[in-house]
Design a protein around this ligand. Structure first.
Ligand code: NAD
Length: 469
């Protein structure tokens, strides 16, 4: 893996997809390259009085649409190549699910476990300040979000720093998404990526002809799933999949994994992780010290939801699952993807499957710009209209509905209902779009079909804009 480049890996797929498109000369290079790469080093004063210099990045991949958007990752694995690749994937992801943004990504090279909350706040606020100085953050230019190692807490610090340094800017809080609800975040954002993974997998397993060719029955009910990573994406994916009828048989974490063919209770395992910092020793489950081995255990669906490069040429031949759902970004290398493809497995590609986060981030940005929560203006009106209809139906039919029936029929849509409905619609539509491309263009994979769909939209936008100056 020494000379491996994640960014080159993404571009290999882009090149393959370009073979199905007739792009004007030069446009492919423009689409592939990162438009702006900002590498910074800044000092922080630690609690013990010592100073440390932190390495960080923000990459804007594509300006075909503005603002650009992409999460901020805190991890020791952060480097320029990784941030560029993740920024590029954001461009394709946004285009694929019709989120009208270009792609970007940020990374801070730290191990969050080594810092106090106070130190993490200092690092986050200083990183934000560096971004402000270079115009790499603003509601109209570049809107970050959470990613690996960051969450609503960090987004709140970013929003507060930006607002403090842009006093009087009405839309200041739209400079970042994934904020806490109390700071104008949106209901459903925290769980959005996992919920999107659930919608994506549920849609894929509902296609009877595909399931037949994989030797599976249609529907989620009873599907055995192994998931790697029980963080934000992994936990919510596992939770909704379990609620949807799937059986979670294995969960892998960085410090060990657990397996029980009869199924694990996701809530309980999550609770254990919160309390003990480890999921090991859960009830009757078998402990697996080297958790990467769990990826090769028997199951129907494997969901890597932790980090990139988890399925490589080394372990791909041993994967037993029929479907690999890439909830993390870049968990399967190109070589591994080719091996899985040849073995007849179906891969649900990352920039489709984990697009739920950016979709709901887009809704949050819209909410922040309109300064009103979805449903606030019309929920009660909707309820009144529905109640009138129910009363009329009762009068015409002479049949009285129970209070419970009535309440469920009249209920107006609140913010969470509108967000989840928009997310579900987005994930289902995008799946059938790429599925159709895969069939008609005979791409052989959903990944190439996804790149084709995204690149068609990006190239059209670039051509329509022209070049200035
Ligand atoms: P997170 O930090 O909340 O969770 C990551 C989890 O993976 C943690 O529980 C961690 O302990 C575990 N982990 C780390 N190394 C591991 C290893 N070697 N084996 C098994 N488990 C390991 O991060 P997240 O937000 O859930 O992000 C996970 C992935 O999903 C990343 O690739 C990220 O880029 C991608 N993603 C996240 C979002 C989002 O909204 N958070 C959106 C799209 C994509």
């Amino acid at each position: 893996m020494e000379n491996y480049s994640f960014f080159d890996n993404v571009n290999q797929f882009v090149n393959q997809a370009a073979g199905y498109l007739e792009l004007p000369q030069g446009l492919l290079e423009q689409i592939k390259e990162c438009n702006s790469v900002y590498q910074m080093n800044f000092p922080v004063k630690l609690d013990n009085g010592h100073y440390e210099v932190i390495e960080a990045y923000r990459v804007q991949h594509s300006h075909h649409r503005l603002p650009v958007k992409g999460g901020i990752r805190y991890s020791m694995a952060v480097n320029e190549d990784e941030v560029k690749a993740l920024a590029a994937l954001m461009s394709y992801k946004c285009a694929l699910v019709d989120v009208p943004f270009g792609g970007a990504k940020g990374g801070v090279k730290i191990d969050t476990r080594k810092y106090s909350e106070n130190e993490l706040e200092k690092i986050t606020r200083r990183y934000t300040t560096e971004l402000i100085r270079k115009n790499f953050i603003s509601p109209a230019q570049d809107v970050p979000a959470p990613d690996y190692g960051t969450g609503a807490r960090e987004m709140a610090w970013i929003a507060d720093t930006y607002a403090a340094m842009n006093n009087g800017e009405l839309n200041a809080l739209a400079c970042v998404t994934g904020k806490p609800i109390t700071l104008h975040g949106i209901r459903g954002r925290t769980e959005a990526t996992g919920r999107g993974v659930f919608y994506g997998i549920r849609t894929a397993v509902d296609v009877a002809e595909d399931m037949k060719s994989l030797g599976l029955t249609p529907g989620l009910e009873g599907k055995r799933i192994i998931i790697q990573g029980l963080g934000n994406v992994g936990y919510y994916s596992a939770k909704y999949l379990q609620e949807g009828g799937a059986i979670i048989t294995g969960i892998a974490e960085y410090n060990g994994g657990i397996y029980d063919p009869n199924g694990l209770d996701v809530e309980e395992v999550h609770q254990l992780k919160q309390e003990k910092g480890s999921i090991l020793n859960y009830k009757n489950a078998k402990n697996i010290q080297n958790s990467i081995e769990l990826l090769e255990y028997e199951c129907d669906i494997l969901i890597p939801a932790a980090l990139e490069n988890q399925i490589t040429a080394e372990n791909a031949p041993g994967i037993k699952a029929k479907i690999v759902g890439e909830a993390a970004n870049g968990p399967v290398t190109t070589e591994a993807a080719n091996i899985l493809q040849e073995r007849g497995l179906r891969i649900l590609p990352d920039f489709y499957l984990n697009a739920g986060g950016v979709t709901v981030s887009y809704f949050e940005w819209l909410k922040n710009l309109s300064h009103v929560a979805f449903g606030r203006m019309d929920k009660r009106y909707e309820e009144l209209t529905n109640r009138g209809m129910v009363t009329a139906m009762e009068e015409i039919s002479g049949h009285q509905l129970s209070e419970t029936q009535k309440n469920s029929l009249v209920r107006g849509a609140g913010e969470i209902d509108i967000v989840n409905s928009g997310l579900e619609e987005t994930m289902i539509n995008a799946y059938y779009t790429i599925w159709e491309i895969m069939k008609t263009k005979e791409t052989g994979s959903l990944r190439i079909a996804s790149f084709i769909s995204a690149m068609e939209k990006i190239s059209t936008a670039y051509v329509a804009r022209g070049i200035f100056p």
